[in-house]
Design a protein around this ligand. Structure first.
Ligand code: AMP
Ligand code: MG
Length: 395
């Protein structure tokens, strides 16, 4: 059997970062920056007031209280060039450009709020409540480096330096294609021998969660030809395809039957539990990576976490490797098959312990849904006593 690490290594050796493209800002959330973003101007671009108040010369308010005539009003967005002379005050709003000659802002709270003249009750030091040009960013300064994932704040600074479009590696488009003659669309009635399709929802959501865009393709039964037809139809919009089911040792394994003859997708036994049967390879002219995951709900989800997620990181241009683990003390005894790495479902608590959930079968989706961690039991270990330290993958 192939090791988990060897399988991941094969996948990461095949999958490439997506080519950068230029996107409108509205479409850039969750993408990975592929250029250095610099600011063409200083930010703030001009000295401006940090508060609503009065711009004055600090030498005019050395003795308080003092009353000064208000000679002008400066709102944010005001584009007239203003100046004040000795003994004058200008009413100014937050973001309003500082008038030439003024070197401090007296917050309105320190005054009587007058509009014709203003009584100032407190001394403001020079520079008070002024946001200096270039205080955030100098002209020409790099504000974001390539490889940065664009979240809301990153999007904000890209807009804040005046850009409308940006070069990024896009979110991978992941098509999820579930197979199984027994599958029924949730919301429709179940006949005997049928189950509701859950995997395609889990995997599409997991792709979204991993920074990709997930698309649920229409589910197909167990006919290899129908599967190939659906796959073919989906390839045009896919940077990667995840299939579920149809890769085991039984009869009616449409994914394996359809893809194995192509020679570009390998079906192997990976030394893990759950999730032993795994297929991976590329299909189509564009060599789209295909992850053929086993159908048991827990198996497909664990496979996603171990193999697909790191591959999506690679496609996004991010550092890619096995999932990170934390150490925790297990509160119950564990069993694991010899020669296979187990990923048992557990719940982590703040005191640094992890408790295995009831129901460790690879079909027990409710148990998975009650878990927030995978407890990793190494290949050579068959029994873990309660109280022992284990490595845990957070879900
Ligand atoms: P397979 O890998 O196709 O042999 O399926 C293994 C088990 O997983 C079977 O019990 C299937 O009914 C179940 N299964 C397969 N696909 C799904 C799915 N999309 N949602 C829920 N269970 C599934
Ligand atoms: Mg099946």
């Amino acid at each position: 059997m192939k090791s988990v690490d060897a399988h991941l290594a094969d996948i990461l050796a095949t999958v490439r970062p997506l080519a950068p493209l230029e996107l409108e800002l509205e479409r850039a959330l969750g993408t990975t920056l592929a250029e250095e973003v610099t600011s063409p101007v200083p930010l703030p671009p001009f000295n401006n007031s940090a508060m609503d108040g009065y711009a004055v010369r600090s030498v005019d308010i050395l003795q308080v209280p003092v009353t000064l005539p208000v000679i002008d009003d400066v709102a944010a967005g005001s584009n007239e060039l203003r100046a004040i002379g000795p003994g004058h005050a200008v009413r100014i709003m937050t973001g309003g450009p500082m008038p030439a000659g003024a070197d401090t802002v007296v917050p309105v709270e320190w005054t009587d709020g007058g509009t014709v003249s203003v009584r100032i009750d407190r001394i403001a030091e020079p520079g008070n409540a002024i946001r200096r040009a270039g205080e955030d960013v100098q002209a020409g300064e790099v504000v974001l480096k390539p490889g940065t994932v664009i979240g809301p704040a990153q999007l904000g600074i890209i807009a804040g330096v005046g850009r409308r479009r940006v070069w990024v590696r896009p979110r991978p488009r992941v098509v999820v294609l579930a197979t199984g003659a027994e599958l029924v669309e949730p919301g429709l009635p179940l006949g005997h021998g049928q189950i509701w399709d859950s995997n395609s929802f889990t995997l599409t959501a997991a792709a979204l969660d991993a920074g990709a865009d997930g698309f649920r393709a229409p589910t197909v039964g167990d006919d290899p030809a129908a599967f190939l037809e659906q796959l073919d139809a989906q390839l045009v919009r896919a940077d990667a395809v995840i299939t579920s089911g149809g890769v085991s040792m039984g009869a009616y394994e449409p994914v394996k039957e359809a893809l194995a003859p192509l020679g570009t997708v390998r079906f192997e036994k990976v030394a893990m539990q759950p999730g032993m049967p795994q297929g991976f390879g590329v299909v189509g002219d564009d060599q789209v990576p295909v992850f053929a995951l086993p159908g048991n709900p827990v198996s497909s989800f664990v496979s996603f976490m171990l193999f697909v997620r790191p591959a999506l990181d690679r496609m996004r241009g991010l550092p890619a490797g096995p999932p990170e683990t934390v150490t925790a003390r297990v509160t119950g005894a564990l069993r694991s098959p010899a020669g296979r790495r187990s990923f048992l479902r557990g719940r982590l608590t703040d005191d640094g312990t992890v408790t295995p959930v009831r129901g460790q079968g690879s079909h027990q989706l409710a148990a998975l849904a009650s878990a927030d961690a995978l407890i990793v039991v190494p290949e050579e270990v068959t029994e873990v006593p309660s109280g022992q330290e284990v490595e845990v993958i957070r879900l």
